[in-house]
Ligand binder design. Structure first.
Ligand code: PHB
Ligand code: FE
Length: 349
């Protein structure tokens, strides 16, 4: 028997090459000249987007919406870097995207009972490359020098004010995705001071000891080990699951969290959360209406299965370590929609 050395790609895997090739200057992108604050306005289908010193505005034929621009930039940053993620990325209770893996729904009020009942909701389906280029253009244009949408608010500058420089190095950052596992030859490697990843201020007590691994000759390519806690203690971003190991469709996606998850994630599959340190409070709502379902307080060592029919947003009062376990199979949304599998992965009866 031979080990499967390359993970079979599935359509849900973000396409790193496509993200890197997103072109904000593409003819796909509709923008106007700069406004009085120095920012361009953008349009996609019947949606239009603008920002001033404090706010982002979204306008569609039946309504309009305003968000604090720091929250808007943190949300659009995840959408761009994760290539629209699994299922729904709600920027807040009104505006967001739903991934159909090749096309994306852009919506306002679609998953909000009150907007639906008042018939103020609007949704358009767009080709992924077009929304990818447009969202990349927006985040590059609207992010000022010194503001990093992936950083915790305590570790970055201000998003506000008139147009002032840019932070392209931060907003075009690629998500870490190991092909097999961190530490294997040719794959992602553990972090160090030398590679530009110092220990975070909240993790100075985390041991930096690495395991000793002595593979038998001939197995050097297949056997490796690394300290996950040391690895996470050196993460410079928040709310950005990286893939550290891949076993077919089973992805281990740990992340470090601080302040608020900048999106309300509407699942299209269940996800397991293992709280590795500290504490996160999760607000859990019905995915389609936004009705409250639960508050889950996850303390170090707690394990939770988040069902496929909810949306959730996490609050982490200090930097914490969370392991998200994803099933990356492209078949899951259809299995759920057709009722062949239940939205919850386990029943406790
Ligand atoms: C999630 O929606 O499941 C999620 C997203 C980002 C994180 C953690 C969890 O950092
Ligand atoms: Fe989620």
């Amino acid at each position: 028997m031979s080990l499967n050395t390359a993970a079979a790609p599935t359509h849900a895997e973000p396409d790193a090459a496509a993200i890197a090739a997103a072109d904000p200057d593409s003819s796909d992108v509709t923008s106007t000249a700069t406004n009085a604050h120095g920012y361009h306005n953008f349009a996609l289908g019947e949606f239009s987007f603008s920002r001033d010193e404090y706010f982002a505005y979204v306008i569609w034929p039946t309504g309009q919406h305003v968000m604090s621009v720091d929250a808007f930039l943190r949300a659009i940053q995840r959408d761009v870097a994760w290539d629209f993620f699994y299922g729904i990325v709600n920027f807040d209770g009104v505006f967001g995207t739903m991934n159909h893996y090749g096309t994306v729904d852009l919506f306002a009020g679609r998953y909000n009972d009150a907007y639906r009942k008042a018939e103020l909701d609007h949704m358009e389906n767009v080709e992924t490359p077009i929304i990818r280029d447009t969202f990349t253009a927006i985040i590059k244009d609207w992010t000022n020098e010194g503001f990093d949408p992936f950083a915790s608010p305590a570790e970055t500058g201000s998003a506000f004010g008139p147009k002032s420089g840019n932070n392209d190095a931060a907003v075009t950052r690629q998500r870490v995705t190991a092909a097999r596992m961190v530490g294997l030859p040719g794959d992602e490697q553990p972090r160090s001071d030398g590679s530009g990843f110092p220990v975070n201020r909240h993790f100075v007590d985390v041991s930096q000891e690495e395991p000793q691994v002595n593979p038998e000759p001939g197995y050097e390519d297949r056997v490796a080990g690394f300290s996950l806690k040391a690895y996470l203690s050196r993460s410079d971003v928040t709310w950005n699951p990286s893939v550290v190991s891949v076993c077919r469709d089973s992805l281990m996606c740990p992340t470090t969290e601080e302040y608020i998850l900048p999106i309300i994630h509407g699942n299209d599959r269940s996800e397991w959360f293992i709280q590795l340190s500290d504490e996160i409070t999760w607000e859990v709502e019905d995915r389609d209406t936004g009705r409250k379902r639960a508050t889950v307080v996850a303390k170090a060592g707690d394990v939770a299965a988040m069902p496929a029919d909810i949306r959730h947003q996490g609050y982490s009062p200090k930097r914490s370590m969370l392991l998200v376990w994803e099933n990356n199979s492209g078949e899951i949304p259809e299995l759920l929609n057709s009722g062949q599998v239940k939205p919850q992965p386990v029943d406790f009866e």
